[in-house]
Design a binder for this molecule. Structure first.
Ligand SMILES: [Mn+2]
Length: 310
């Protein structure tokens, strides 16, 4: 049971995935609040040193560190679909808390619900099932993940349970307007600049059913945008009626490229990215590419997507 592991641990490290979003950090933040009741040594770890400033309104944001503590004896990862997402490799017992369809149960214990819309929903269910009191801070963190992963409650995967969970969290003190403001109505200049540049260079293939974007290092430098700001443009492309899938290659400063895919659900992004060593969900998935030849790669993916269209 994960409880015996948590109870006996002296220094627990809560792991937020690389380039964290509100779901991963929100889950870890809520768990941090909970563990503070019984533990005095807890670390909030994230391998990425520059974390998305749009998450700064969430509790314990200032506790995030990219230094892994030497005396840690237990790890809990949140929203990591694969072991590589942790950004750290340690021979320690690990509790894997997640909702990705592609999760391969890499933990010593796995708390996974692939039908949950967010990892914070998995954490919420865990708290409720174990009669763990949820305070206002925890409710805010959990609500943020629920809101972000459901695209502000607009995703087709939203169910009555999603809204019931949102209602429960608001009753527990989640400040919903604060979440909307920080997660959906705050854009940096870099984010707007990259959006303009990328929409201008967007290529439409396969009768307008596939949108393709390429982000070079120089464009990142020019605009000052980060990965998350780039990926947001994929959602813009999907708003075109003809577009069923959108892919984006983002050049990586340390070589290779990050590939992200979004779909309208008629094509399984996780399946396609999975055949290139990545993973994710039906609607969104990604992988890291080592090869330099993106054109050739797009052709292979195009073939696969066209097959899916048939
Ligand atoms: Mn998630």
């Amino acid at each position: 049971m994960p409880f015996s592991l948590i109870d006996s641990a002296r220094h627990i490290v809560l792991i937020v995935h690389k380039n964290p979003d509100a779901d991963s950090f929100g889950s870890a933040s809520a768990f941090y609040s909970y563990l503070l009741r019984t533990h005095n040594k807890i670390t909030l770890f994230c391998a990425t040193s520059e974390v998305n400033p749009n998450l700064a309104f969430l509790p314990w944001f200032d506790k995030l560190t990219n230094r892994f503590p030497e005396d840690a004896d237990c790890m809990i990862s949140f929203d990591c679909g694969s072991y590589g997402r942790l950004g750290v490799e340690k021979e320690l017992p690990l509790i894997n808390v997640d909702h990705h369809a592609s999760n391969d149960f890499f933990g010593t214990h796995n708390i996974i619900n692939t039908s949950a819309i967010s990892t914070t929903e998995v954490v919420y269910d865990f708290f409720v099932a174990n009669s763990i009191k949820i305070n206002g801070k925890m409710a805010l963190s959990l609500y943020a993940g629920l809101m972000d992963d459901s695209k502000c409650f607009s995703a087709s995967q939203c169910t009555a349970k999603t809204f019931a969970t949102a209602q429960a969290l608001i009753e527990l003190g989640a400040e919903h307007a604060l979440c909307t403001e920080w997660l959906f109505h705050r854009r940096s200049l870099a984010s707007l600049r990259i959006r303009g540049a990328l929409l201008k260079q967007m290529k439409l293939l396969a009768d307008g059913r596939l949108a393709v974007f390429e982000v070079s290092l120089s464009l990142l430098e020019e605009t000052g945008a980060g990965m998350l700001e780039c990926k947001r443009v994929l959602e813009d492309a999907l708003e075109m009626h003809s577009v069923q899938a959108a892919i984006m290659q983002i050049e990586h400063p340390r070589g290779g490229a990050k590939l992200s895919m979004r779909t309208d659900g008629t094509i399984d992004a996780s399946k396609i990215m999975g055949s290139f060593g990545g993973g994710g969900h039906v609607h969104r998935a990604g992988t890291h590419l080592k090869q330099e030849n993106f054109t050739e790669f797009v052709e292979t993916i195009m073939m696969m997507i066209k097959k899916e269209f048939e």
